[in-house]
Design a protein around this ligand. Sequence first.
Ligand code: NAD
Length: 357
Amino acid sequence: MEYRIALLKGDGIGPEIVDSAVRILEKTGARYGHRFIFTPYMIGGAAIDETGEPLPEETVKGCLASDSVLLGAVGGPKWDDMPGDRRPEKALLGIRYALGLYANLRPAKMFPALKGASPLREDIISAGFDIMIVRELTGGIYFGDRGYRQGKFGEEAYDTEAYSVREIERIGRAAFDIAMKRDRRVTSIDKANVLETSRLWRKTMHSLAGEYPEVTYSDMLVDNTAMQLVRNPKQFDVIVTSNMFGDILSDEASQITGSIGMLASASLGDSTLGMYEPIHGSAPDIAGTGKANPIATILSAAMMLRYSFGLSEEADRIENAVDSVLNEGARTADILGSASEKPLSCAEMTERIADKI
Ligand code: NAD
């Protein structure tokens, strides 16, 4: 099979880590008889320097004409003083909107070899955990009516949250479909004891749950979830939640893994065209030094194979290759801990993983 992949390398360590993922995809393609056709497009600061725009029209068109998109990261001190709508980060919202991506998937997985990096107690993490947070990305309070007005105590500001049944159903369906490919458990997070949107959310999720009898479904309040994530993360498989709750909980979940350079993400819409990217930024402090950890981007590429192309065996192969080199003690500087090996460069880590494909 042939797959067209748009590459948005971006800024800082973006080009290095995307090149690493391309190397792993090429190795995987060669092994399984797939052809990946890569086309680079400009985004972020690099695009501003070249065209004056963080998200040139040609980039949007190129992504729309591809089967999937792999993004490095955008931003850096060089562009920090640009006005808000011209900053590199603005391109991220723009491209997600243009591609109609409304579901954000963030796995938070404990790599057994990296237990020492987690801030959680040994007895909590010894059981391991593997959570997929499915966050609604284009609705809720971040997109609702907002403004200033005169209130009882003078000037006040307000933001409003609205969710339609349709928006809840489509993110719910995404979560249930993903759970079917995992451990078949979904926990829906809301604040139904207080918020009307949460009560509609819960009611809609309950009727969806009826369509997925193989999936074990439960509700949890967001405040309790914040506690449960650090008390017993293993209880979760797929978490589905609104834009704001997902924003907060996915950051909490990434921190308990203790390794930001390891975490992948995906943004999906109604078609198979998705955007895949590491959760970390452009790390300008280490750009060009060869110290970047490529694993988050390599695992993002594995998610692309699984969720956009339906190539689960190939995705497993990449994920197992990463597990395997970590178990052998291979480390980049950011995850060195007390490992005895000397830290590998981005390119060396990539080759260690490529050797296992
Ligand atoms: P960051 O994630 O870039 O870096 C935080 C720290 O983690 C730094 O010390 C960095 O060296 C380290 N780090 C991050 N990724 C790493 C990797 N793969 N390997 C080794 N170490 C890694 O966050 P920041 O410093 O707050 O932001 C830097 C720039 O990135 C800013 O311009 C910010 O706006 C942008 N940013 C972009 C995205 C994105 O493109 N999706 C996300 C977050 C931040």
